[in-house]
Structure formats: structure tokens, C-alpha cells
Design a protein. Sequence first.
Length: 287
Amino acid sequence: MINRATRPGVLASFGLTCLTAGLLSCSASEPQDSESKIYGGVKTKAGEWLSTVALVSNGRMFCTGSAINPELVITAAHCIQGSSNPSRIGVYVGEGDEGGRVEAQYKVVKMAYSPKYSRNVDGWNDIAYLVLDKPLDLPESAYIPVLTDADETEELLQTGLFAYLVGFGNRDGGGFGVKYEVDVEITKVGDNEVSLGNNGKDSCQGDSGGPAFAKLKNGDWRVFGVVSRGGACGTGGIYGRMNANICWIQEDSGVDLGMDAYCTPEEPTEPAALPTADQENPADPQA
């Protein structure tokens, strides 16, 4: 499986050398194991999917992310693994630019990836967070709630239903660095991860860490997935479920994501003890 941070053949977890030189330049001369294809999608309209942002180093995009609130962005663990200096990473908000050369408008002051991140059969926990130096200048309506409600999850995450991917990564026919979207089929649902896409509709290198969205019957949107890995672009990929790590993100980052009710549900109250026979028919004190 290929992590979708860089082109195939390039180490997904970038080191200081790649950060210094820029991700794209590090991978430009590497052999590719798949076509350059988001795959099978269309360019987003101006003002759409504002919470989908790009991760930038030295003026070049290398991954995608989801702004969950004005202070925090969620991305993939493999996008930041290997770097201990958040000041080398910035966040870009906008429609992108062909070639992925953009300047970040926001600095990262704190970042971490899940301590559970590893190649586990039950799921890789390929998720990380970035805390920004200042709030994102976006309207409140830009932030799409994370899917945590059980009833909504049952409605949205079913094999055969559709989700939407958004990212700045490689596209079919060439190109990179412009925000695109595509609708994809849900092909498998697990407790920790979801499989999405096939038949030429997919995420690709550069889309790593980006969001997977789904729309409720009432018209409301939820964000549920984080692009992790896949085979050849266009054949489908695997996405971490945000809810599996959202409580760790809130606790470790120190940013209030409004997850208290989900992360620390109230303990059920003990039912009142039934009265004993003596309590039901107390002896007459004057007897």
C-alpha cells in the first residue's frame, strides 16, 4: 500500500532533508509506480469546501488537511512523521495554484500524531493534528462537524453509499496543487477505517490527510475520514475514521473541539433500590 503524501517510490514520512528542500522537489526524480491522477473529479468552485486546507513547506504543498475549528487542522500521521519542528510547516487556505507553489498564511505552533500510529490489522490510526498560531479567517459555516453520532453514522457509513473527497493532490491527466472534489463509493466499513473509491474515482498523492465527507438526508454535512493510503491511484484507498482518534486529539492538543459529551459520556445513574417488605408495610409504632 502507498501512503498518499508523496509520489510512489518516495518515503512517506519526510525527514529534515525533504522539509528543507520541499517535498515535491525531493520526489521529482523518483520513479512512479502509478499514474499521476483528486482522480476522476472536478475543480471545486470558489468558496466551496473552505475547511479543506493544504500543508506547505518552503512554499510547496505536500499534503491536505481538514480544519475542524479555527485553531486546529487534522491531517495524516505520515504527513508529519519524521519532523519534530512545527515551525517548518504552514497551512494554506484557498483554491490552490497549479504546481502547488503557494505561501502559507498560518504557522503551526504545535503538532503531534497518534501514539497508536502503526501498521495494525485493525487500522493504522494514521491521524495527526496541527495547532495554528492564529485563528483561521473563515466563516463559522465553513467548519463541518465530525461524525460521532451513532444514528448519523448508521445512516452515512454503509457499503454502497457515496462519500465526497476533496484535496490538492495529483489528478488524472496530470496536474497538482488545485483543490478538486470527487464522489466515491464506500466499499468497506470498519471501526477504525473505511475503504472508499474505485473505477477511476479516488484520492492520490498529495491528498493525504485530506477529508472524506458525507451528506445526511436532512442536507447537513459531516466529515468522517482522513486520507491514509492506497494502491494505484484510481483503484480506491483507505481512510482513518476521525471519531476513532478525536478524543485523543482534543485532550492532547488542549483545543476544545466540543467533544466532551462524546469523549466523556455521563455515567448511567443507579436505579433506586426497591423497597423491602418491611418498608412497604412498616410496623405500627403504636401497636
